[in-house]
Design a protein around this ligand. Sequence first.
Ligand code: FAD
Length: 305
Amino acid sequence: MLRTAILAAAGHPTVERLVTTASVAQNLVARYVAGDQVEDAVRVTRDLIADGLTVTLDRLGEDTTDEAAAAATTAGYTGLLEALAAAGVAPPAEVSVKLSAVGQRLDPKLATENARKICQAAAAIGTTVTLDMEDHTTTDLTLDTLTALRADYPQTGAVLQAYLRRTETDCRDLAVAGSRVRLCKGAYAEPESVGFETALDVDRSYVRCLNVLMAGDGYPMLATHDPRLIAIGEERARWYDRTPDSFEFQMLHGVRPDEQRRLAREGYTVRIYLPFGPDWYPYLMRRLAERPAYVALFARSLVSS
Ligand code: FAD
């Protein structure tokens, strides 16, 4: 409930002004985000790879409302890929793209064409793109774009959200050879008509979806920090004889870093989702919604400032 309230409040301009000017926000942003510039992203990527992890980079920004901004985001991604290749870190680093950042709300065809340019730039340096998943109104459009891109770039990754009732079926459709699927719980506020309401139901759905993906022929990417789900992922890897190059764990930069390194030491592939750029507000609010303890911290700091 608190999570839904935080996500709803996030859209209010007064809340945005309060949060973006609060000094406590800067500390949290520093925890979750690599920095404002491409150079920051490359530096942190290099450090994570030196620690035995791998990386998917998110150039922060979403809900682009004009064509020029969508083109600028696309160019930002192709520039990022060039910088990663020049630094010798991509591959293994790849990028994660929100279709709303490259124009999906303006015109889904435009977003697909912009995403295609990013896939082309990624393929040229031997790496991949994963399409982030946003709220449920975009799921079909995003999966349509995925299908179009995979015709030319079959290694393009999808994201499925266990909190949606439809996701087990989507997992069955995508658990096929060559397909890369990130399974996460889901970070948006969704109505009961499409999403599970309780944390327990979301966790149960996650396990059903994980079973489908791990038993299937694709490359599962298990994105969670939840200790029970990670343990189930490790167990299923043994059941299904999954070698470390046939699936991976994924976690967010700044969340459970010790666990990230433990899994890497155990020999698993662990990919860190690394955001960078100045447009951090919506990303930070989704992280706050997952961690209500930080909201109390925020409230105290706003009252005392
Ligand atoms: P939770 O039950 O939320 O958390 C389990 C434990 O992890 C918590 O008890 C806590 O110890 C720790 N934890 C979790 N979140 C935080 C936090 N913010 N700060 C500090 N500790 C925390 N969602 C989408 O909707 N679309 C996407 O494309 C998407 N991509 C993702 C990519 C990656 C690599 C990851 C890891 C997540 C992504 N998410 C995405 C977010 C995801 O849907 C969840 O909102 C988020 O991962 C929290 O769920 P959880 O599985 O970690 O479980």
